[in-house]
Design a protein around this ligand. Structure first.
Ligand SMILES: C[S@@+](CC[C@H](N)C(=O)[O-])C[C@H]1O[C@@H](n2cnc3c(N)ncnc32)[C@H](O)[C@@H]1O
Length: 589
């Protein structure tokens, strides 16, 4: 019978609280291969090392000892394949009919031995109060049979209790039983750490392939759910080192759980693990320093990482404080500014860099925004409206609509201003996901509803007090573009004109719309259309905007539209073009 070392897990929690880096061990299966353990061949068929508990337990023990000596705070059991174990152990044809004590082999006994081996190693070293045993469960709990294995493990742990349970290499948990399994262990008072094969961009293959499409803040939301359920730490594993960067800093916006990482180095080929000769202990430790700087509190290795890497990692991490993932330039750190030039109260610069309402303007409280791949990057047009919304605290207690929300910068500012609700519409699902992630990041997700819908088919049931829209406007040469299903945008005003025509259906009585219009579209037509629908317009702000390459590529058509209407832009010298972005306030006439 093994006993839990509560003091070991308490020490690990203290290390995290004291901002010391907790060191995990490295891989078992790939290291058994590297060491040529007796009869061991690494493959899915050999159950990723589990068989070694039966075939070469001494090799497993020696490896645990090597990780202990390397400085690991946690030794992980060799049970990664445990959920599959009942289906393959006890196969007498393969000769595995006895456990390490000479009793008939059963996966249950092997699981017990898996806990016993590191326990003995820790006890032999007299370090029971320092080093914890984590019971590994690899992969999602996908069916009732695997859940039955979990239930049996729960019974095993009543007598032979690991210090914590480590769920590893998980996907996302929304269509399987893993969350239920996690709950069961937590309900029995077992600390549970949860690790995902995921990076910032989503589910991630062993070679770094990105599986699945954009998924917004799903992983972040899951992190919160796990925190609420009582998980003890959130980690990422089984992904290549190159995919790690950015993920922990991103997760930090969602959860206060301790965060950790233990990636792979190398890759699996048919005959076993192929180690990466270019990433040795030095290179791995250097990468780990970057993860620490990004906020990692627990670091170790997955496949391809052995005691040599863990030893260097442990020594390099000693005394290194955790970063928060966000680079900062402080006045003090800038050697070019003489001390005498820095006012004593520079840390707060109270009163000097504030607006009339007392809001700090340095740094400007722009919402925290991450731009997902393929989603519209905010430009001056976005900032023009944002500034107006921010300055005037526009939207307070209003029901708001943001049409073409992109990354959600306007929707989020409206919510931060105290809007009653914000509906954010965009034709791109990725933009809606991105908006919701950013909303979550800024603490306003509950106020914002994302709707992936084309403006041409958007028919809300309720009207809105306030509408904002920064819509795409680009005169487009019709030649060669007539084959699509959408009208060619000759004047660049298709979306704007459509929105104006919809205003009576969208805008509540007494409501106001803020629309961005570029000067390469005419003002007269905008006014005429608005008047036709019963609205008046005034310019509340404007900005100058240097042509970007897209504008340059449409220059010919822009000139054509300018010849035929009151549209205009400025030209300087040979090829410098500048348009004006107007912010229009639209109200009932
Ligand atoms: C110029 S961007 C503005 C994004 C954001 N409001 C900002 O200020 O950064 C226009 C957005 O409208 C979306 N969009 C384009 N056509 C649309 C349509 N027919 N219906 C709804 N959204 C559309 C685009 O996907 C894009 O995110």
């Amino acid at each position: 019978m093994t006993t839990p070392t509560d003091s070991a897990i308490a020490r690990i929690k203290r290390r995290i609280a004291d901002d010391a880096c907790v060191i995990l061990d490295g891989a078992i299966a790939t290291e058994l291969q590297r060491r040529g353990a007796h009869g061991f061949q690494l493959s899915d068929d050999a159950h990723w090392g589990f068989d070694a508990l039966h075939d070469s337990p001494d090799a497993v023990s020696q490896l645990h000892r090597a990780y202990l000596d390397a400085g690991a705070d946690i030794l992980t059991t060799n049970t990664y394949s445990i959920l599959e174990a009942p289906s393959f152990i006890g196969d007498r044809d393969r000769g595995r009919d006895q456990d390490i004590d000479g009793n008939p082999a059963h996966w249950f006994d092997m699981a017990r031995a898996a806990i016993e081996l590191p326990r003995r190693v820790i006890a032999d070293a007299g370090r029971e109060s320092e080093v914890a045993v984590a019971f590994s469960i690899g992969g999602d709990v996908e069916n009732e049979s695997q859940m039955a294995t979990v239930d049996i493990l729960l019974r095993l742990f009543e007598r032979d209790r690991p210090d914590l349970v480590l769920f590893e290499t998980l996907s996302l948990l929304d269509d399987n039983l893993t969350l239920d399994a996690i709950d069961k262990f937590i309900a029995r008072g077992l600390p549970v750490w949860v690790s995902f094969r995921r990076c910032r961009q989503g589910l991630c293959g062993i070679h770094g392939q990105l599986w699945g499409g954009p998924e917004g803040d799903r992983f972040g939301r899951l992190a919160r759910r796990l925190e609420a359920a009582g998980a003890g730490a959130l980690l990422i594993n089984c992904l290549p080192v190159a995919r790690v960067g950015g993920t922990l800093a991103w997760l930090r916006d969602f959860t206060d759980l301790p965060l950790g990482v233990y990636p792979n180095v190398g890759r699996y080929v048919e005959s076993g693990w192929k180690f990466d000769p270019d990433t040795g202990p030095e290179e791995f430790a250097a990468q780990a320093m970057a993860w620490r700087d990004e906020g990692a509190q627990i670091i170790g290795g997955c496949c391809g990482i052995g005691p040599a890497e863990i030893a260097l990692l442990a020594s390099r991490m000693a005394g290194v404080p955790r970063g928060d993932g966000r680079a900062r330039l402080t006045v003090e750190a800038d050697a070019t500014v003489p001390e005498s030039a820095v006012p004593a109260s520079a840390a707060t610069h109270a009163g000097r860099w504030q607006d009339d309402a007392g809001r700090e303007l340095f740094p400007l409280p722009l919402p925290a925004i991450v731009v997902d791949p393929g989603v519209f990057m905010p430009t001056q047009g976005s900032y023009l409206i944002w500034k107006y919304l921010f300055n005037g605290r526009v939207g307070e207690s209003k029901t708001c609509l943001d049409i073409g929300c992109g990354v959600g910068i306007l929707a989020i500012q409206l919510a931060l201003n105290g809007a009653a609700s914000v509906t954010a519409v965009d034709i791109q699902q990725a933009a809606i996901d991105n908006t919701m992630t950013n909303a979550f990041r800024n603490g306003v997700a509950s106020k914002i509803t994302g709707v992936a819908e084309d403006l041409y088919s958007f028919t809300p049931t309720d009207k809105f007090d306030l509408i904002v829209a920064s819509l795409y406007q680009m005169p487009t040469d019709p030649r060669g573009r007539a084959g699509g299903h959408r009208d060619v945008d000759y004047w660049g005003r298709n979306l704007l004109d459509h929105l104006i025509a919809q205003l009576p259906a969208y805008l509540a009585p007494g409501g106001v719309a803020y629309l961005m219009q570029i000067s390469i579209l005419g003002a007269r037509r905008t006014e005429k259309l608005l008047a036709q629908h019963g609205y008046r317009v005034r310019v509340v702000d404007f900005n100058l905007y240097q042509f970007n390459p897209v504008f340059h590529s449409h220059l010919e058509q822009i000139r054509r539209v300018e010849e035929l209407s009151d549209a205009y832009h400025f030209t300087f010298g040979e090829d410098e073009h500048v348009t004006v972005m107007y912010l229009l306030e639209v109200k009932a006439a």
